[in-house]
Design a protein around this ligand. Structure first.
Ligand code: AMP
Ligand code: GLY
Length: 439
């Protein structure tokens, strides 16, 4: 890429994923100034400059003016909510009418994540392999359909529900409960006005992410996430309790299949619908006995997948995100280390339903003293006395690199053992399946 000079970046979002993005960006010799909206996160605050205008959906023109005033060339949008709300569209135009680079799709592209009914229709139209599913906007029809079936189905709220809108029931009685809760009691508000009743798939779940710039597709090394709260995939679904990269259960043949059947098919369909998608498309994939099938699309990096993924990136993140946002992905230099990375999430007591916060955290520095370890902040803050305390459900993402997955895992757990806060929840089997797998 022949872009000259330092590049000023605005990063939107405040979680562990954005801390990993901030760290990657700050390591680039191409970075000018990094501005961030997520300054309550001490990990991000240590790397970025604050914004002196309100950061609000209905006052985005002020954020855009901030970008003009401070010469922001690239805006990186981390989370799904601002993408679904069209922040990419609102921040694209400079005052002089030219366009700045935005990493992340506009509102129409973000529908792939924000509306599961739309995503299901999109996949059907593009012949992308996915679970069979039916869309309902009436509770009585949804209940009648489920009552008429013998097999157990997955129930999904169509809209964004902070990762909680998918119920994988054990019986259809539980499924009926889920429909009543979503459509009758409005447990997820408007997100549950429409629901999907979907065939239950079985197999190993992997996260395959690709950068897309409207023309080119660059598939990133596959990751695996652990979504359930408890060991051996028990307990409720969460945003993710740990992840590792690369996920070697995905063979090269499957990766090639995903490239053509999922990513090229999606890119073609987006182009047909005249949706310019510049950012990352995340496919949650179930490796079923009948081949890989898409469980969901997200339009952003996964959290926590982003932490082990970017920990392995050796090439320049500023250049990579600019290349994506400017439609020049074919010119990008992308190199990942041969090392393995494992990220373990430390979560608050009560997570995911009602996390208790405000607990003092100790040991982060000791953890980071271990070779290969980076501790990403997610739900932490500094209190009035400057003490690091918990402030959200997922608190830290303890991430380690190693020559082998075993070494990465061992280092990550050694680092976790140094960290303490009251009621800390941690799975002890993150990446265990990868180390015991017979290949
Ligand atoms: P989603 O938000 O669609 O990824 O769903 C959250 C989690 O629910 C997924 O990561 C899977 O573990 C599970 N899930 C979603 N859809 C299905 C399905 N059709 N069959 C089995 N499990 C599913
Ligand atoms: N880790 C799953 C997600 O980001 O949706």
């Amino acid at each position: 890429m022949d872009l000259q000079g330092p590049i000023n970046v605005l990063l939107i979002g405040s979680g562990g994923r954005e801390h990993a993005l901030a760290l990657g960006l700050s390591r680039s010799p191409r970075l000018g100034t990094l501005y961030a909206t997520g300054m309550s996160n001490p990990g991000i605050a240590a790397l970025a400059q604050p914004i002196d205008v309100p950061v609000k959906r209905d006052e985005l023109y002020r954020l855009s003016q901030f970008c003009d005033k401070h010469g922001v060339d690239l805006v990186v949008i981390g989370p799904e909510d601002p993408l679904a709300e069209g922040w990419a569209d609102a921040l694209r135009k400079r005052a002089d009418g030219s366009e700045r680079w935005i990493f992340g799709p506009g509102a129409r592209g973000a529908q792939l994540e924000a509306d599961k009914a739309y995503a299901k229709q999109f996949m059907r139209a593009a012949s992308i392999p996915t679970a069979e599913g039916r869309i309902f906007d009436r509770q009585d029809h949804a209940e009648d359909y489920l009552k008429s079936r013998d097999e157990v189905y997955v129930i999904k709220a169509a809209g964004l529900a902070k990762g909680k809108g998918v119920i994988v029931p054990k019986t259809n009685e539980e499924g009926l409960e889920a429909i009543r809760s979503m459509m009758g009691k409005k447990a997820f508000g408007d997100a549950g006005k429409k629901i999907l009743i979907e065939e239950m798939l079985t197999g190993t779940e992997v996260s395959v992410l690709a950068l897309m710039d409207g023309k080119n597709i660059l598939i990133l090394p596959p990751c695996q996430d652990h979504k359930r709260l408890g060991n051996n995939d028990t307990g409720p679904n969460t945003g993710g309790m740990g992840a590792f990269c690369p996920a070697e259960t995905v063979s090269d043949a499957v990766m090639r299949q995903l490239e053509t059947d999922v990513f090229v098919a999606a890119a073609d369909a987006l182009r047909r619908d005249e949706i310019e998608f510049r950012g990352v498309l995340y496919a949650g994939i179930m490796l079923t006995p009948g081949g890989p099938k898409v469980l969901e699309f997200n339009v952003r990096f996964g959290d926590p997948e982003c932490q082990p993924l970017l920990s392995r990136l050796e090439s320049d993140l500023v250049e990579l995100l600019v290349a994506t946002a400017s439609g020049r992905l074919d010119e990008a230099d992308v190199r990942f280390s041969e090392q393995h990375a494992v990220c373990i999430v430390l979560a608050s007591p009560g997570y995911p339903d009602s996390p208790e916060t405000g607990k003092p955290i100790t040991g982060v520095e000791d953890a980071e003293a271990i070779e290969g370890v980076t501790v990403y902040h997610a739900g932490t803050k500094l209190d009035e006395d400057g003490q690091l305390v918990t402030s959200g459900g997922r608190v830290l993402g303890v991430t380690a690199l190693g020559e082998t997955i075993e070494q990465a895992r061992e280092r990550a757990y050694q680092a976790c053992a140094k960290i303490h806060f009251d009621g800390m929840q941690m799975r002890t089997d993150i990446a265990a399946s990868a180390t015991t797998r017979v290949s």
